[in-house]
Design a protein around this ligand. Structure first.
Ligand SMILES: Nc1ncnc2c1ncn2[C@@H]1O[C@H](COP(=O)(O)OP(=O)(O)O)[C@@H](O)[C@H]1O
Ligand SMILES: [Mg+2]
Length: 363
């Protein structure tokens, strides 16, 4: 059994989403997967529409009146996919075990009885570096560190890596880590800059697969489903299926893939394509120029700021990746809203003004 912890002390970076959807993708490929929800907030448990009174807390605790083994608490989620649920009681475990010897090895000990029952065990960690996360890293041979593309801060990631290294040295425990970029928004130019800096810092410690920002992942979670059960043709489903492939690429004993035809159809289906559209505006005396429109909710931001040429002619430009569709837009030139003089296509807006209109067609 490969035990993989999904850890980062930062909340909201995609740990639970990755734990649930990577588990489901591997189960879809025919691997037997156990997901351990080790977060007292129980997002993975709730996100799969499961609620239990006897949980991982009763496995790790010494004083629980239900003292249970992992096998006893496991709940089936889908074919090949089981969950060890959590609930809020788990938040008391830190204090409860504070005087216990080898308190950092309790999850590892509990998992040992299941070693031959599963191919993979994923551990969804809480958003801190306390005893639960340490138990997860201690039990794991690999750690996946998700980082949110738009809010990447190298210091935060270094902290979790320090903890991994510490556990490796202090406990002579071989564990490797890899960074997973999540919520990548390819519509924002800013994203590509961030990706470059993540690449610079982590180079060969980075998964080739990136998880894109995809609303289907959020929808799936609110419906209590993994994304491949909610919309298997979505970008989110594809990303996690690709990640599952990457995670198993060196596997010698691959299971016979179930639902082979279905999988091929998913992988072949077309993803929406973007087209780079160039916009320009001549304004030699302007201090700054933005483009706002349907594609960016009409908001001024770093991503909507245009670049000035450096030959002094005063041409401002920007390239935007857009999907097929029609978009209304304007430029904001030093706070004045103006139409695009280079584009003859215009449309009246509901406020009595006029917007420029662009039709994007791909194909
Ligand atoms: N790739 C994604 N695209 C869109 N929304 C996402 C994506 N990944 C995560 N989310 C959403 O972001 C929020 C935080 O993600 P979550 O996985 O719960 O983070 P963590 O477990 O690290 O706190 C959730 O609402 C989730 O649905
Ligand atoms: Mg979480």
């Amino acid at each position: 059994m490969r035990v993989i912890a999904i850890a980062n002390q930062k909340g909201g970076c995609g740990k639970t989403t990755s734990a649930v959807n990577l588990s489901a993708a591997l189960a879809f490929f025919g691997y037997k997967v156990l997901l351990v929800d080790l977060d007292p907030q129980a997002h993975a448990t709730l996100g799969l529409n499961i609620s239990r009174d006897i949980t991982i807390y009763d496995v790790l605790s010494k004083i629980s009146k239900y003292k249970a083994s992992l096998k006893q608490i496991v709940v089936p989620v889908a074919a090949n996919f089981d969950l060890a649920p959590s609930n809020i009681l788990l938040s008391t475990i830190e204090q409860e075990l504070s005087d216990e010897i080898s308190r950092e090895a309790r999850l590892m000990d509990a998992l040992s009885e299941l070693d031959s029952d599963y191919d993979f065990c994923f551990i969804d960690c809480p958003p801190n570096l306390g005893l639960l996360t340490i138990n997860a890293i201690r039990a794991a041979s690999e750690v996946i560190v998700p980082v949110e593309a738009s809010r990447f801060a190298v210091e935060g990631v270094k902290k979790i890596i320090e903890i991994i290294d510490l556990i490796k040295e202090r406990l002579a425990h071989p564990v490797k880590y890899k960074v997973l970029v999540t919520m990548f928004d390819s519509r924002l130019r800013h994203s590509f800059g961030v990706l470059d800096s993540i690449n610079d810092v982590f180079k060969n410690k980075l998964f080739e697969t990136m998880i894109h920002l995809n609303v289907k992942l959020k929808e799936a979670q609110s419906k209590g489903l993994p994304v491949i059960s909610h919309d298997k043709y979505s970008r989110g489903a594809k990303d996690y299926l690709n990640l599952a492939r990457e995670v198993t690429k060196d596997d010698k004993q691959k299971p016979t893939v179930i639902k082979e035809g279905a999988l091929e159809a998913v992988m072949r289906a077309e993803l929406p394509k973007f087209k780079e559209v160039a916009f320009g505006f001549l304004a030699p005396y302007a201090k700054d120029v933005y483009i706002v429109g349907d594609f960016n909710s009409w908001t001024k931001s770093n991503e909507s700021r245009m670049d000035r040429d450096n030959n002094g002619r005063g041409m401002w430009s920007i390239n935007l990746p857009l999907l097929t569709g029609s978009y209304r837009y304007k430029f904001i030139v030093d706070d004045a809203w103006v139409e695009d003089p280079a584009n003859p296509t215009k449309e009246k807006n509901p406020f009595g003004g006029i917007d420029s209109l662009i039709n994007v067609e791909i194909g």
